[in-house]
Write a new protein. Structure first.
Length: 285
């Protein structure tokens, strides 16, 4: 594993061997090693590592359920005009660093793209330091006491729900014309939903409603809707959801969500909706 991380860090550093290519700081500061204390918080819906940079704000590695891990920077006061980040060797290992990558401003913080965020995590695992560029300031952050907190973060990631509360709240399974069986992709999505339900103690019930377009007879459509709702419920049960939590209903073509006079509308009407009923308390983020 260590050899793999070393190769990954060599790839990162190969982008720029000496000096800065994307930032030109006027002041260089180094965070004292005894001030480098990453703190971990996490549960089944969010994993986070946070580093207090004192007067320079906070650096975070955040992985919410249903979304990719990203690096965030939150300034202590005001927003810098430009923020970028690079990985670098420790001073005693030479002056090598990666190309600095700009963070995108969003509301009151900055964030790094998904791919580079994962590369930063790999670089930290391999012992590389981090350079955070805030306008004309370069803040160099040593990588010390990293392994124990990083292990907790990765264990948290492995146990994350595949969906957030928002993503799981209202799921829809659409059917192509003439489709009878669920596709492997649809089954996988339903299994993710079941996993979410098993992790969220606030879920009380799942309402599974079958709908069709208006092609065919009213009774025939009602039967198709019933069969499709039963198929979806069966997958959820097989994935571990108690049958007592699932309420199945068939509506046929009675409640179209789009115009049945068009192909596109009929495609939207052939569906099974799954609505999650949660206890009315503070929601899991």
């Amino acid at each position: 594993m260590r050899k793999l991380l070393s190769r990954a860090s060599s790839t990162i550093l190969a982008l720029s061997v000496a000096g800065m290519a994307a930032a030109n700081p006027g002041v260089v500061q180094q965070l004292a090693m005894d001030q480098v204390h990453w703190s971990f918080t996490g549960d089944r819906f969010h994993c986070e590592l946070e580093l207090d940079l004192k007067k320079n704000g906070n650096l975070l590695l955040s992985h919410p359920a249903g979304a990719p891990m990203q690096v965030h920077y939150r300034p202590a006061q005001g927003l810098p005009a430009e923020v970028s980040l690079a990985s670098r060797t420790a001073p005693w290992q030479g002056d090598r660093q990666s190309q600095a990558t700009a963070l995108t401003a969003r509301d009151d913080h900055f964030r790094l793209d998904q791919h580079t965020s994962r590369s930063v995590l790999t670089a930290l695992d391999s012992g590389l330091w981090t350079s955070l560029y805030l306008d004309t300031l370069e803040l160099r952050i040593p990588t010390v006491n990293w392994a124990p907190v990083a292990d907790r973060f990765r264990q948290c990631e492995q146990q994350l729900s595949p969906l957030s509360v928002h993503q799981a709240r209202d799921q829809v399974v659409f059917y192509q014309a003439g489709q009878r069986a669920l596709s492997p992709e649809q089954i996988a999505d339903l299994e993710d939903l079941a996993r979410y339900v098993q992790l969220d103690p606030q879920v009380r019930k799942l309402l599974v409603d079958g709908h069709t377009d208006n092609t065919g007879s009213r009774l025939g459509n009602l039967q198709i809707a019933r069969e499709r709702a039963a198929d979806v419920a069966a997958v959820l049960k097989a994935a571990g959801i108690p049958g007592t939590m699932i309420e199945q209903r068939a509506h046929g073509d009675r409640y179209p969500s789009a115009n049945n006079d068009t192909t596109e509308g009929r495609d939207l009407n052939r569906r099974v909706t799954i609505r999650i009923v949660r206890q009315e308390t503070e929601e899991t983020s």
